[in-house]
Design a protein around this ligand. Structure first.
Ligand code: APR
Ligand code: PHB
Length: 391
């Protein structure tokens, strides 16, 4: 089989790239290890930057997002019992974010892909990249016991943190930067009305908590846990009681408890690989970088990578110019590092760090007090939260 682009991974990065290439008449096939049902069962974050919403409009898949997504023009930060409202709209000259689950974005992209009759190979095993530093890179995989080979001009590595693409680059040609945080997030999804419309990011002496939502009837909550914790230790009752205790006293009456429909624990990590290109392989999304979820930048950074990469690929095929693909890594990394900095900063502000000295605790408290007293500081937070411009 022959195509212009092989995309490895059918998460939001791979599917969005496929859709943008399709819109520009470029052939691509997507190769995914899991089944489509498995991909759609994953629950991830759900806050979209304004620029990402615009990109999804450009991709032609924002119809349901506009019907069902919830526009948010602010959120709360609570430090102990002290509450600070961040008015995103006011602080950014009118910008907002949209609450719409990553799973829904993935579903919309999948539907657009199947409606257009485009090929996605689900359940591909033993995916292997061959001759990636040549002009004819190939991807081999096994499906139903048979080996297949696809020859392409360019390969997009959109296969997440544990994928095969980054791992196929020789160690001497890639540098990795990493910080692992000494805690995880326990996430719970439940069909109960959210404690309030605006998100709450809270730092409580017992640990971080986040009150988010998927709709006015479905809540998404998180609690800081230890890294070695497991969901078996968290009955629904224990979860709700712990969350209730961390909430500001006046909000506790508004908390509706109910059976969980999903419960998972995720570790927190900051990670960047550089550069994002090796030969004709290009990394994007979680394959290239990870952020801690504080600030919801993971999906949004994946989208900006794909915007840069799709434009570079289009330039390569339509204008026969390599300028875009040569500049992709540098351009994407500049925005990625700003997202890394912001997610790190929000994580440092909002969590209880087991090893923190009394000095570190005072600095954290002062960071919050400064934010509270300075509109300039709030503007910096808001500008990053709604999403930095792509250019
Ligand atoms: N071969 C083919 N597909 C693979 C392989 C492989 N060897 N390894 C992994 N995959 C698939 C995974 O099954 C997954 O569906 O690649 C896909 C990668 O998707 P994501 O992990 O969702 O990564 P990405 O599309 O970059 O999206 C980034 O996901 O983790 C969140 O916070 C992150 O919101 C961000 C978003
Ligand atoms: C979520 O709704 O899942 C969510 C929201 C904001 C974050 C992280 C996750 O910062």
């Amino acid at each position: 089989m022959k195509t212009q682009v092989v995309i490895i991974g059918a998460g939001p990065s791979g599917l969005l790239l496929g859709q943008l290439l399709y819109k520009n008449g470029i052939d691509a096939i997507v190769i995914e290890r899991q089944s489509s049902e498995y991909v759609l069962a994953r629950i991830r974050a759900g806050v979209l930057e304004q620029v990402m919403v615009e990109l999804l409009e450009e991709a032609g898949i924002a119809q349901r997002l506009h019907q069902e997504g919830l526009v948010h023009d602010g959120f709360d930060i609570v430090f102990n019992q002290d509450r600070l409202h961040i008015d995103l709209k006011e602080l950014t000259g009118g910008k907002t974010v949209t609450v719409y689950g990553q799973t829904e974005v993935t579903k919309d992209l999948m539907q657009a892909r199947s409606k257009a009759g485009l090929t996605t190979v689900y359940g591909a095993q033993d995916v292997e990249l061959v001759d990636i530093d040549s002009h004819n890179p190939k991807v081999r995989y096994t499906l139903d016991g048979k080996t297949h080979e696809v020859v392409a001009e360019l390969i997009a590595g959109c296969d997440g943190f544990h994928g095969v693409c980054r791992a196929s680059i020789p160690k001497s040609s890639i540098q990795e930067f990493e910080r692992v945080y000494p805690f995880g997030w326990l996430g719970v999804l439940a069909d109960v009305p959210p404690v309030q419309h605006d998100l709450i990011y809270g730092n409580h002496p017992d640990g971080f908590y986040l009150c988010s939502l998927r709709s006015e009837r479905r809540s998404r909550y998180y609690l800081q846990t230890t890294t070695n914790d497991s969901v078996e230790n968290w009955s629904d009752e224990r979860f709700w009681d712990t969350l209730e205790q961390r909430l500001p006293i006046d909000l506790r009456v508004s908390l509706t408890k109910g059976p969980s429909i999903e419960k998972s624990i995720a570790p927190l990590r900051s990670f960047v690989a550089e550069p994002l290109r090796y030969g004709n392989l290009f990394l994007a999304g979680d394959a290239a970088h990870i952020v801690p979820p504080t600030g919801a930048k993971g999906l949004n950074l994946a989208a900006s990578d794909i915007r840069y990469l799709s434009r570079a690929f289009i330039e390569y095929f339509k204008d026969k110019s390599s300028a875009g693909i040569d500049f992709y890594s540098q351009k994407a990394l500049s925005r990625i590092w700003k997202g890394e900095r912001f997610s790190w900063w929000m994580s440092m502000l909002l969590h209880q760090f087991p090893e923190n000295s009394s000095f570190d605790k005072k600095i954290q408290e002062t960071e919050f007090n400064y934010l509270k007293s300075s509109e300039a500081a709030q503007r910096v937070l808001a500008e990053n939260y709604v999403g930095l411009s792509y250019d």
